[in-house]
Design a protein around this ligand. Structure first.
Ligand SMILES: [Zn+2]
Ligand SMILES: [Zn+2]
Length: 787
C-alpha cells in the first residue's frame, strides 16, 4: 500500500510544493500495523539518515508517524522502503503520506511518544530469541554472555509484559528495572540494535534468575546448572517462562514422567517436549520441511509431528500416541537450560489437572507445591497468562490447534468492515474471546475451559486488558446460545450494549469464512462434540447453508439419545449401546466385547435411551466417533475431551480402501411443507463396524472403513445440497476436523467432485475459533440491518 501513497505524494508534490530550483519536498507519513516495540522508529531513523532526509519520527496512539524532508526522489524511495525493508517483527498494514510545505530545518530526530487520543497501534506478539542475541549469549567476551534475559528490538517478550500502550518501558513489567549506563547508552543510540528496545537489560541492571527449593529458599550454585542437575536426577522443576510457569522433567525418564503425571493428576493427555534444536527434533520425530519451518519460526509453537519408531522418549510422556508435541527454545533461559541439560525435557503447563497455568510467582509457589521439587524463577513479572500455541503441518501448510503465545494479539484482517465494535465471548471449552473493530479482529490468547473461577477471571481480566490495549468500547456483544456457558452469562450480564446470540455451528462456519477472508454463502459442514441447536436440542453433525448473517440447517446426523447426558460424553461405551440400539442391532450387540465389558449396566443404559429419560437427543459427530471407538475396544471411558476420537484416528489403517455406507434420507417436511433437512444415518456405520468386528475384521481396518464412510457421507450430502442450492463452495469447521485422516479424505472427495473447499488456517477449527465467527456474524447482521 506504500506505492499508491508515494505516487499521490509525488504528484501533488510536483504541483504544489516542489520548486523547480530546489526540488525539495516535505511529507507527513503515517505507518499503521504492528509497528511499536519492533524497532520501527530506529529503522525509520536509519533509513531517513541514509537517504539524507531531515525530519523526525515518533510513536502515537495510531502507530508510527513521521515527517521527512529532502529531495523528491529520496522521499519517494523512503516511502517505498518503509514497507519492503521493515524490521523482522514489524507488520505494516498501511502507509499513508501527505505533502506539506518544506521547513528547511536540518537533522533527523526521534521524538517523544504522544499518548493522547484513541489508541489504534498494535501490540506485537512475543518472539523467540534472534540469531544476533544468540551469538552474544554464546560469546564469552560479550557483556550479556550467558544472560537468560537477553533481547533486542528484533526479539524477546512483548504481549506478555505489556501493561498498556503506547508500548514504552514504563508500560511494561520491565518498568521497575532501572537501566544501567551501558544499557541506557544502547537504548539511546540510533545505530544500536537495542535502540528503543523496551525490555533491554543486562546482568548489571536486569532481572535475575533464582532457583528455589520447596520451602522457597534460594538454592546455592548456578541456578541453571543446578536445575539441569535436578532434572538429570529425575526431579520435577517448575520453570517460569514467557507466559506462565511450566513443569519440566527429563523426557527420557519413565519414573520422572510418571511421577509428574501422578502429581499433576493428568492421566493420559500428552505432555509437550522441548528440544535444543532441529537436529534434536529430528531424533524424536519425522520433521518435514513444513514441520521444520514451524519449529524454527519466531512464534515457536508446539508442533505435533509423527513420532519416530524407537524415539528415546518415556512412554508416560504421550501414552498411546503416534505423535509428539515438540518445541524449540524460545527464550535465552530455555536455550541455556537445554544446553545444560543436554537432553530433551518435558515442558508442560504449570497447573494441576485442568486448572489454568500459573503465571504469578505467589500462585505458582502455592499451587505447584507438591508437584515441583524446585522452582527456576525470576523477578520480571508476567502481565498476562499466555499458554504455548499448538500447530500441526498439513499438506505443506500450518494448521492451528491452539492459537496463543507468539500469535496473540496479532490482528486478523477481515473481508468486510464492522459497522460497530464487537466483543465476541466465545464458547465454553478452549475459550478465546475476540475484540473486533473496523476491519481487524483481535482474537485473544487461549483462555481455557470456562469451568472454574480462575479461568473465568482470566476471561474477564483478559477482556478488560484488550479493551485498554486496543482502546475499544464494544457496542455489540456476541455470545453462544447455550444459557449455561459462563461466557454467555457474562455477555447477558452486560449493560448498555446490544446483544447478538449466535448459534454454535453457525459461528464455526462463519469462523472458517473469516479465516479465509470470505463472506459466503457456502455449504458449511460443522462437525464437533456439542453445541446448542436453534431448536434447543444438542447439535454437532451439521450441514448448513450459510453466509455470515444467517444459516439454514440443511442436513445433519440422525439424532440418537445420549444415555445419562454428560455421562455419555465421559463414557463412550454408552454411545456404543445407544447407537447399536438405534441400529436395531441388539442381537449383534450381545456378541460384542464392549457389551461384555459393561454387562452390569448395558441393559440399563439401553433402557434409558429407549425411554428418553435423562437421554437427550444429539446429532453430535463426536458422539458417533466415540461409539465406534468404544465398539473397537479403543476405550470405554475418556480422561480428556476428544480422547476416544483421537485414538480411533490413530488406530485406523491408512492403507485400507474400503468404506461403510450410511443411508441418507430426507427428514420430516418443514413447516412450509418443503423438504426438511437431510438426515445421515450414523447408526448404519456403527452397525457395519459391529458386523465386521464379529466377522473377525481387524480393528485398524474397521476404524479406516468407518472414517472413509463418514467422509463419503459428507461428500454425498454436499453434492445433494449443491443440487438444491447451486452453491459450489464447502467450508469445513468444528473440532472433528482436527482429525487429519478425516479432513484429508473429505477434502479429496469434495475436490474430486468439483467443490472449492475452505478449511482453517489462522484460527483453530475447534471452539478456540468460535469467537472470531461470532464477531463476524454480529458485524454482518449490523451491515444487513443498514447500520
Ligand atoms: Zn535479539
Ligand atoms: Zn544494563
Amino acid at each position: 500500500m506504500a506505492a499508491p501513497a508515494g505516487r499521490a505524494l509525488a504528484g501533488r508534490g510536483r504541483r504544489r510544493q516542489t520548486g523547480p530550483v530546489t526540488g525539495i519536498v516535505r511529507a507527513s507519513v503515517r505507518v499503521e500495523g504492528v509497528v511499536q516495540g519492533v524497532g520501527f522508529r530506529p529503522f525509520v531513523y536509519s533509513l531517513a539518515t541514509r537517504l539524507g532526509l531531515a525530519g523526525w519520527v515518533g510513536n502515537d496512539v495510531d502507530g508510527v508517524f513521521a515527517e521527512v524532508e529532502g529531495a523528491a526522489a529520496c522521499v519517494k524511495q523512503f516511502l517505498g522502503l518503509l514497507e519492503t525493508q521493515a524490521p523482522p517483527l514489524a507488520r505494516v498494514d498501511r502507509v499513508t503520506a501527505a505533502a506539506m510545505a518544506p521547513t528547511g530545518a536540518a537533522g533527523f530526530a526521534i521524538v517523544a511518544s504522544d499518548h493522547s487520543g484513541r489508541r489504534r497501534a498494535l501490540v506485537s506478539a512475543d518472539s523467540a530469541t534472534c540469531d544476533d542475541c544468540l551469538a552474544e549469549l554464546a560469546d564469552p567476551a560479550d557483556r550479556r554472555f550467558g544472560y537468560p534475559f537477553i533481547n533486542c528490538t528484533n526479539c524477546g517478550p512483548r504481549f506478555t509484559i505489556v501493561t498498556g500502550v503506547p508500548y514504552d518501558r514504563p508500560l511494561t513489567t520491565m518498568a521497575p528495572f532501572t537501566m544501567c549506563a551501558q544499557c541506557e547508552a544502547e537504548y539511546h543510540d540510533p545505530a544500536d540494535r537495542r535502540f528503543h528496545a523496551q525490555p533491554v537489560c543486562c546482568p548489571a541492571c536486569g532481572p535475575r534468575l533464582r532457583l528455589l527449593d520447596t520451602r522457597h529458599n534460594e538454592m546455592a550454585g548456578n541456578p541453571l546448572a543446578e536445575a539441569a542437575r535436578l532434572l538429570a536426577e529425575g526431579r520435577v522443576v517448575a520453570i517460569k517462562g514467557l507466559g506462565g510457569y511450566h513443569l519440566a522433567v527429563d523426557a527420557g525418564s519413565e519414573a520422572a514422567a510418571s511421577a509428574l503425571r501422578a502429581r499433576k493428576h493428568r492421566e493420559d493427555k500428552p505432555f509437550a517436549l522441548m528440544v535444543a534444536g532441529l537436529a534434536a527434533a529430528r531424533e524424536l520425530c519425522e520433521v518435514d520441511e513444513t514441520g521444520g519451518s514451524l519449529l524454527a519460526s519466531a512464534r515457536r509453537p508446539v508442533v505435533l509431528l509423527p513420532r519416530r519408531p524407537g524415539a528415546p522418549v518415556a512412554g508416560a510422556v504421550a501414552p498411546g500416541n503416534r505423535q509428539l508435541g515438540i518445541m524449540l527454545p524460545y527464550t535465552a533461559l530455555h536455550h541455556l537450560l537445554l544446553a545444560e541439560a543436554g537432553r530433551p525435557i518435558v515442558l508442560t503447563s504449570g497447573n494441576v489437572s485442568d486448572e489454568p497455568i500459573a503465571y504469578t510467582d505467589d500462585d505458582a509457589l502455592a499451587r505447584l507445591a507438591g508437584i515441583a521439587d524446585a522452582f527456576l524463577t525470576h523477578d520480571r513479572a508476567i502481565h498476562i497468562r499466555t499458554d504455548d500455541s499448538v500447530v500441526r503441518p498439513l499438506r505443506g501448510r500450518e494448521t492451528l490447534l491452539r492459537r496463543s503465545r507468539g500469535y496473540a494479539p496479532e490482528p486478523l484482517g477481515l473481508a468486510a468492515r464492522l459497522p460497530r465494535p464487537v466483543l465476541a465471548c466465545g464458547a465454553e471449552l478452549k475459550n478465546t474471546f475476540c475484540l473486533a473493530v473496523e476491519d481487524r479482529a483481535f482474537v485473544s490468547h487461549h483462555i481455557g475451559d470456562l469451568e472454574n473461577f480462575e479461568t473465568l477471571r482470566s476471561f474477564t481480566d483478559g477482556i478488560a486488558h484488550f479493551r485498554r490495549l486496543f482502546d475499544t468500547e464494544p457496542e455489540v456483544v456476541a455470545y453462544d446460545l447455550h444459557p449455561d456457558y459462563l461466557s454467555t452469562k457474562y455477555a447477558l450480564d452486560l449493560d448498555g450494549v446490544d446483544l447478538a446470540g449466535v448459534q454454535h455451528h453457525h459461528a464455526h462456519i462463519a469462523s472458517c469464512l473469516a479465516d479465509n477472508a470470505e463472506e459466503g454463502p457456502v455449504i458449511g459442514v460443522a462437525f464437533d462434540g456439542t453445541g446448542l441447536g436453534a431448536d434447543g436440542t444438542i447439535w454437532g453433525g451439521e450441514f448448513l447453508l450459510a453466509d455470515l448473517a444467517g444459516f439454514e440447517r440443511a442436513g445433519h446426523l440422525e439424532p440418537v439419545p445420549m444415555p445419562g447426558g454428560a455421562a455419555a460424553i465421559r463414557q463412550p461405551w454408552r454411545m456404543a449401546a445407544a447407537y447399536l440400539d438405534a441400529a436395531d442391532a441388539g442381537e449383534v450387540a450381545a456378541g460384542l466385547e464392549v457389551a461384555g465389558r459393561n454387562a452390569g449396566r448395558w441393559q440399563d443404559v439401553v433402557a434409558m435411551a429407549r425411554r428418553s429419560i435423562n437421554a437427550p437427543l444429539t446429532s453430535s459427530a463426536g458422539r458417533l466417533f466415540d461409539a465406534v471407538a468404544a465398539l473397537l475396544g479403543v476405550r470405554d471411558t475418556i480422561n480428556y475431551e476428544g480422547q476416544a476420537a483421537i485414538e480411533l484416528e490413530q488406530l485406523a489403517d491408512p492403507a485400507e480402501r474400503g468404506a461403510y455406507r450410511a443411508s441418507i434420507g430426507p427428514g420430516a417436511a418443514g413447516p412450509g411443507g418443503g423438504a426438511g433437512p437431510l438426515r445421515v444415518r450414523g447408526a448404519d456405520l456403527v452397525r457395519a463396524a459391529a458386523e465386521d468386528l464379529l466377522a473377525g475384521a481387524a480393528p485398524p481396518v474397521i476404524a479406516a472403513r468407518f472414517h472413509r464412510g463418514v467422509a463419503a457421507a459428507i461428500a454425498e450430502v454436499c453434492a445433494a445440497l449443491r443440487e438444491r442450492s447451486g452453491l459450489g463452495t464447502v467450508a469445513l469447521s468444528g473440532g472433528v476436523f482436527q482429525n487429519l485422516l478425516l479432513l484429508g479424505q473429505v477434502v479429496d472427495l469434495l475436490e474430486e467432485s468439483g467443490f472449492r473447499v475452505l478449511t482453517h488456517a489462522r484460527v483453530p477449527p475447534n471452539d478456540g475459533g468460535i469467537s472470531l465467527g461470532q464477531a463476524v456474524v454480529a458485524g454482518a447482521r449490523d451491515r444487513r440491518d443498514g447500520r
